[in-house]
Design a protein around this ligand. Sequence first.
Ligand SMILES: Nc1ncnc2c1ncn2[C@@H]1O[C@H](COP(=O)(O)OP(=O)(O)OP(=O)(O)O)[C@@H](O)[C@H]1O
Ligand SMILES: [Mg+2]
Length: 501
Amino acid sequence: MPPPITGPEILKIRHLDLRLAEKQGGAEAGIAACPGTQPCGKQCGTSVAPTERPQMLLSRYFLPVLKETPADAEIVSHRLMLRAGMIKQASAGIYSWLPLGYRVLRRIEQIVHEEQQRAGHIPMLMPTLQSAELWKESGRYDAYGPEMLRVRDRHDRDMLYGPTNEELITDIFRSNVASYRALPLTLYHIQWKFRDEVRPRFGVMRGREFLMKDGYNFDLTKDAALHAYNRHLVTYLRTYERMGLQAIPMRADSGPIGGDNTHEFLVLADTGESEVFYDSAVTDIRLGERDIDYDDMNQCRSVMEEFTSLYARTDETHDEAVFAQVPEERRRSARGIEVGQIFYFGTKYSDAMGATVQGPDGKPTPVHMGSHGIGVSRLLGAIIEASHDDKGIIWPEGVTPFHVGIVNLKQGDASTDSACEGIYRQLGAEGLTALYDDRNERAGAKFATMDLIGLPWRITVGPRGLANGRVELTSRRGGESEELAPEEAIARLRDIYAVHR
Ligand SMILES: Nc1ncnc2c1ncn2[C@@H]1O[C@H](COP(=O)(O)OP(=O)(O)OP(=O)(O)O)[C@@H](O)[C@H]1O
Ligand SMILES: [Mg+2]
């Protein structure tokens, strides 16, 4: 749940009020000056929190939508992200995040943060550039191969752009933690990674630079580390469900990270790069709203067992003989998008790098570790693959860049303008974010833009409806519209979003 609107958030709304007031004739409109600590005017952003404006006038926004379908984009999510002005390629597999894409990226990050911290995992931030020394110590500097981007600084020191962070975190741990009393400990960050993929493709799905949440648990015993593993599995299920996604944990192969206890989370999609095999009954299980005590080992284990007992494997671990035991009508093979992976790898890094703590018996004991990743930037592509139609994106409420779009059917008409501005302001006061299409455009063009960018709800305001005190509330997903009084439409949205904060 985002925090209630207080302090700086309120300032931002007042700044927008001010902006609308400027349009309406500034001081004459009777809107008080910005109550921030700095003078307002052009520097207005400086006195508010450095977050994004909750509300936006489309005439003032930067939304470079494309009319044409980009020819070189092979899959629908990539095409729609380009068309909706969310990203722009900077070079192969490296993207700039334009304002709309950036809003969704931040929203996804926020959900990841909330679910990690709900389980007691501690956020931090490690750098993108790392010294090669630590990687030589763990033995992965040579093992990682050409996917690792290696650079040399002016003093001829070997550096690398981190593809992952086990070494760095293990070094932080061993330098600072001496006793088992500091355990259990789980630290995580959300940071850019670089992997020089042979074939960067599908937009942000397989980038070279991409945003990943990676978390690391440190535990005294294998049992405690397996609890951390199960706990992560539960946090991931909740994270994806909040984003409107079903991501199925599947038994996987650990690759260069090492260890044999690992699950990947896959979103089923024809465009997925992984081949998967599963019992169709796994698609019926949901975590839902159940209350989880993350410190309760048995509870976390039983959720893990519930979600991983049925057959669900990627091609690397697929076993025809075991699969044959699944009732034939439930056997499925399909494609999937990997949106996360969890690992328990025991003492692999702690042994190699001397990460020990003094145990209860006073003896140095290597810690049991695991690492857990979510493909934050890839998730945008995965969500769009799972939720779109021929008109554009359909954002699930949990991740939408704005809660609602407002379309003014007769821009410049005093009554529709003022009704739209009133709704826009009221939505802001309710803590709902709105993108108000106040451009002087045809209705058809405004609808097409809203459909393309995929806001789940739209309020349409026109002179005919207004004559009866009505506006239209339309669902992007179902397409159905309802005529409501403006306050009713706002109240409806408040209820819808009450569960998605
Ligand atoms: N090149 C990439 N572009 C975008 N996201 C990525 C990329 N590589 C990995 N990810 C995301 O980061 C998560 C954690 O990284 P992990 O080390 O498990 O990746 P991986 O198994 O090598 O991924 P893949 O098999 O897709 O190459 C992955 O589950 C995936 O969602
Ligand atoms: Mg993986």
